[in-house]
Design a protein around this ligand. Structure first.
Ligand code: ADP
Length: 359
């Protein structure tokens, strides 16, 4: 195989050299004939004309050779080398190696097309390696999140097989298994939702509806939790504020924000939900006086699987705010966080407002 390739290469080189020779000879022949005709018209003795023609012929061959040599050196550096680098890089990328980068400086006389292709190729490889890192991180995170409840289920189910287990212990283990399987199911539901949102498989069903009512309904769904923790719930909700959005997707947002506010607030703490309508926008504020978020953690809270406070990890999977952010982006809104460690947090959602209360 290698021998065959080498033979092909030699044939290619010979063919290109042969092309050059034919080219030189043709040019030299044409110029020499022109010279002969020229001398013929000038009445120059025949020997001199012949000698001059020969000299011209040789000179032209020599000059053509020099220029061709210079041109082939130029081609080697300006065309063949970058082309080979590009081919090697694309080959590496197709093999799945996204670390490849082509080094290039500014060529003499500014950027040429090859420089632009190389720059774009480097950018593409960088993007692809970023996506690859996200993908591998995602798989690692999902596996980790799946493993924890699965190992809980496995060990408690093994303990349940003990026939001498007292009934209250049996009950306790069964509850733990139920809780772990609920976590598994929540995790899978969230992953599927997020993946659908990210792949634009969910088409928002936008309708004009009453946001004030929706916030109150969602909040009421947490009554059990706030009563259990003895939380004080305060609302400051403008009445009949209308928005044009996908109500189901926004329910997901409010549920996640309320759930976090109550989860990260100590017993007997306080949670405030406010809705204010401005000229063009509505602002929803969900505040708590819980543990708060440090600036370092705050930078990552909207990332998938990020959990700032691992002590609450049994109650979450770090997907809630990633989902919230994605939904808000799809709705064309904005979300901000104001928080300081130990001084509670406020999540602010800004959405476009619909003017009238009539539907
Ligand atoms: P989870 O709640 O499952 O951990 P989220 O995506 O909802 O995941 O939140 C990501 C992280 O953001 C949390 O682990 C926590 O560190 C931080 N966070 C979110 N909401 C609050 C809040 N109200 N108070 C303090 N920290 C919060």
């Amino acid at each position: 195989m290698k021998k065959e390739q080498q033979e092909k290469k030699i044939v290619r080189i010979l063919f290109s050299v042969w092309k050059y020779i034919v080219f030189f000879l043709l040019i030299s022949f044409v110029v020499t004939c022109s010279m002969l005709l020229f001398f013929d018209g000038m009445d120059v003795p025949e020997e001199i004309a012949r000698a001059n023609s020969l000299i011209t012929f040789v000179n032209i061959i020599f000059l053509s050779f020099i220029f061709s040599l210079l041109d082939s050196i130029r081609r080697k550096y300006k065309v063949e080398r970058p082309l080979k680098q590009i081919l090697d890089a694309t080959h590496q990328i197709t093999e799945g190696d996204f670390r490849v980068r082509i080094e290039h400086g500014d060529s003499f006389g500014g950027k040429n097309e090859f420089d632009v292709i190389i720059e774009n190729l480097n950018k593409m490889a960088e993007e692809l390696s970023g996506i690859e890192t996200l993908r591998t991180d995602f798989i690692a995170n999902v596996s980790h999140e799946l493993k924890t409840p699965l190992s809980v289920i496995h060990s408690y189910a093994t303990m349940l097989q003990n026939t001498e287990l007292p009934s209250h212990k049996r009950m306790e283990y069964a509850k733990t298994i139920t809780e772990a399987s609920r976590r598994l199911s929540d995790l899978i539901t969230n992953i599927l939702k997020l993946s659908k949102l990210e792949n634009q498989q969910i088409y928002p069903d936008t309708q004009k509806y009453n946001l004030s009512e929706q916030l109150c309904e969602c909040l009421l769904g947490f009554e059990n939790i706030w009563e259990k923790k003895g939380l004080e719930i305060k609302t400051d909700i403008d009445e009949d504020v209308m928005v044009k959005a996908d109500a189901e997707l926004l329910t997901l947002v409010w549920n996640n924000l309320f759930s976090n506010a109550m989860k990260f607030t100590e017993d007997n703490g306080k949670v405030v939900v406010a809705l204010k309508a401005e000229d063009e926008f509505v602002l929803v504020r969900v505040s708590d006086d819980g543990c708060g978020i440090s600036p370092e953690i705050g930078q990552h809270i909207f990332e998938k699987f990020y959990q700032g406070d691992k002590s609450h990890s049994m109650q979450g999977n770090g997907l809630g705010l990633a989902l919230v952010k994605r939904v808000i982006d799809i709705m064309g809104g904005e979300i901000f966080v104001e928080s300081a460690l130990g001084r509670g947090s406020t999540f602010i959602v800004k959405l476009r407002r619909e003017s009238s209360a009539t539907i």
